[in-house]
Unconditional design. Structure first.
Length: 257
């Protein structure tokens, strides 16, 4: 047996003879900078502005965490508990938040392009002024009572030129995916939902006043008691599969053959 092999074999018992503080110091000295950041986050639940790009944090328990302006692009946060977390200004592009607990979380100014929110609990979350919800996937997510007024489900600058209140043009494809999302009593006033997939969404009692739903797919959606005053529905596919024609503001006027 080589001396190196003996050293490796004896190392656990050797550490037992070292004072606890020194032993911890030896172990933590081997941590990478990112490992230290993650350990600090788990201990303090605060990591404003930190770099966590691509980190694996599945199932992390971080209620009320302070993550303002944090870089969390492509991070793995599926099933994480982030209730009441402050994610203002955070970069969450292509981040995995499937099945995450995000009740009451704050996303002001957050970048959410391609973020995976499938089956996440976002009840009461504040996504007002979130930057770019383009291609974000909210399939089956709970967005009950969420604050989404003025949110754009496209790029940070929006795909439109606005000429007057709730009037847009140059509507592209590629909106966010919200099939079967629970949006009951959600605040979607002035939201840009053009070309979004809202099939089977629960929109009972939601406020869609002055929202842009041009080209959106609303087949099977429940709009009972929803406020559609001023909402633009041109080219949208209505709940019964009817295509809405020109002049569809606040209600769907079937497109003429």
């Amino acid at each position: 047996m080589t001396s190196a092999s003996i050293l490796r074999w004896r190392s656990p018992s050797f550490l037992l003879l070292i004072p606890a503080t020194l032993s911890v110091g030896l172990l933590t000295s081997c941590e990478s900078p990112q490992d230290k950041v993650v350990r600090g986050l788990m201990e303090t639940k605060a990591c404003n502005g930190c770099q966590l790009v691509g980190m694996r944090l599945e199932g992390a328990v971080l209620p009320g965490a302070q993550l303002r302006d944090a870089a969390l692009r492509e991070a793995q946060l599926a099933r994480a508990n982030l209730r009441g977390a402050d994610l203002s200004g955070a970069s969450l592009a292509s981040t995995d938040l499937r099945h995450a607990e995000l009740q009451g979380a704050l996303f002001e100014g957050a970048y959410l392009t391609g973020t995976q929110f499938q089956d996440a609990n976002l009840e009461g979350a504040d996504l007002r002024a979130a930057r770019s919800l383009e291609s974000a996937d909210f399939t089956g997510a709970n967005l009950r009572k969420a604050q989404l007024s003025g949110s754009s489900f496209f790029g940070p600058d929006g795909p439109y030129q606005r000429t007057e209140r709730s009037h847009f043009y140059s509507v592209p494809s590629g909106g966010a995916s919200l099939p079967r999302a629970d949006l009951r009593a959600a605040d979607l006033k002035n939201a840009v939902l053009a070309s979004c997939n809202l099939q089977g969404a629960q929109l009972q009692g939601a406020s869609l006043r002055d929202a842009s739903l041009e080209g959106a797919d609303l087949r099977g959606a429940n709009l009972q008691d929803a406020d559609l005053h001023g909402a633009r529905l041109e080219r949208a596919i209505w709940v019964d599969g009817t295509r809405c024609g020109p002049g569809s503001i606040g209600r769907c006027i079937p497109e003429k053959p």
